[in-house]
Every structure is written in C-alpha cells, then in structure tokens.
Design a protein around this ligand. Structure first.
Ligand SMILES: Cc1cc2nc3c(=O)[nH]c(=O)nc-3n(C[C@H](O)[C@H](O)[C@H](O)COP(=O)(O)O)c2cc1C
Length: 199
C-alpha cells in the first residue's frame, strides 16, 4: 500500500489517484513496487532496482533505503532519476522523470519509529549491496542486532528516506490491437501541460 497524503489537485495527480484506487480494487499485487533507474557517473552506467514506495505526500514520493548503498552514491552524484510503475491488473504503465533528494532526518526518524523491530534490525545490520561470505553470516548479523536492540532504538544515520518530485508523467494504457493510449504531462513555465503520444 502507498499512503496518499494531500495530493496536488493538478491533472496528473488526479489521474494517478484514480488509477491507484482502481489498482487496489483489482487486487493488484505489489502495488507499491516501483522501479528506479539512476546514473552512475563513475562507471558511466545506468542501474535499475525496485523499491517500495511508502508515501506520496504533496508532490513528494517517498521510499526508504540505505544511504551508503550504490543507489545512494548515484543519487548524490546525479539527482535525476527515471521511475516505472507497472500495474498489470489495469494493463497500465506509469513512467516518470524526477529529481531526488534525502528526506529530513525527522521524517526518517518518525518512519523508523513506526516500523517493526525486525525490519529495523535488518536496516541496522545490513551494509546493503556489500559482498558477504555466506547467507548464514547475514542471518547471524541480523539475529545479534535484533537481540541487542533497545525499545527506543535510534535510527542509524546510514538509513533513511528518499523523496523524489516528478516533473514528467506518462500514463500508458494498453488497449486491443495495440491501440494504446499514451498521455503525457510535463511542466512548462510552472504549469502542467497535457499531450498525447502515438503508440
Ligand atoms: C519489490 C521489491 C521492493 C524492494 N524495496 C526496497 C526498498 O524499499 N528499499 C531498498 O533499499 N531496497 C528495496 N528492494 C531491494 C532493491 O531492489 C535493491 O536490491 C537494493 O536496494 C540494493 O540496491 P542498490 O545496490 O542499487 O543500492 C526491493 C526489492 C524488490 C524486489
């Protein structure tokens, strides 16, 4: 589930809200899974991965991750990302371009406080994307972290939220005979402009 909070009243957000509620009605699994592509300026490569989108608050789309991970250094060096959402239950793709930044420490603290102890133990114990000798070593680190955690455990500074704000939306709706509808919204001089693209 994604928490929608104070969404803007502009057209792309109206459309997004309608589609999201339709996706829930159609029991779309993994409705919160979004793919994020980022640019690694050191290697010159683009990388993608799924994350779970937790909130859309105003025009800020928020997920949580490790601040020392490969994606974190990519966001720090190049703050423009490409995002994909696929809701097969609706035969719909949503494609975004956005700028990304860290959320405030206070926002990350609040989210951390409200998560399960197990999820937080994993966030604390994992040096995300670093090599490890065995999966048993991962489990041992998790278990010993879990055992050592206090009831008011603090969020580690290497874990927290990311917020991105789209400046481009494309809604792709699949129809029969590949007569697919593609509706784009982009910001021009501060206002959202709608356009249709050929399939
Ligand atoms: C459906 C799905 C949801 C995921 N959600 C998250 C998430 O919210 N945060 C996160 O750090 N990794 C999440 N992951 C794992 C990432 O895809 C990725 O493996 C990890 O963040 C390391 O990425 P990086 O090496 O590019 O930094 C998720 C994976 C899947 C398949």
């Amino acid at each position: 589930m994604i928490e929608l909070l104070n969404l803007p009243s502009e057209a792309p957000y109206k459309k997004l809200e309608t589609l999201y509620h339709q996706a829930l009605k159609h029991n779309q699994r993994g409705v919160e899974a979004i793919s994020i592509s980022s640019y690694d300026s050191l290697s010159g490569e683009v990388e993608s991965r799924f994350v779970n989108l937790k909130y859309i608050q105003g025009n800020e789309w928020i997920f949580f991750s490790n601040y020392s991970s490969p994606k974190a250094s990519q966001f720090a060096s190049h703050d423009q990302i490409s995002v994909l959402i696929h809701w097969p239950a609706l035969n719909t793709q949503i494609r975004l371009k956005a700028k990304i930044q860290k959320t405030s420490p206070e926002f990350s603290d609040l989210h951390f406080k409200n998560r399960s102890k197990e999820k937080n133990a994993l966030a604390i114990s994992s040096a995300q994307s670093q090599p490890v000798t065995s999966f048993d070593a991962v489990k041992e680190r998790f278990q010993s972290t879990l055992a050592s955690m206090t009831s008011d455990q603090e969020r580690p500074e290497y874990w927290g939220g990311y917020s991105f704000t789209p400046y481009y939306f494309e809604f792709w709706e699949g129809h029969e005979n590949r007569l697919n509808k593609r509706q784009v919204f982009s910001i021009q001089e501060g206002s959202w402009i709608a356009q249709l693209l050929q399939p």
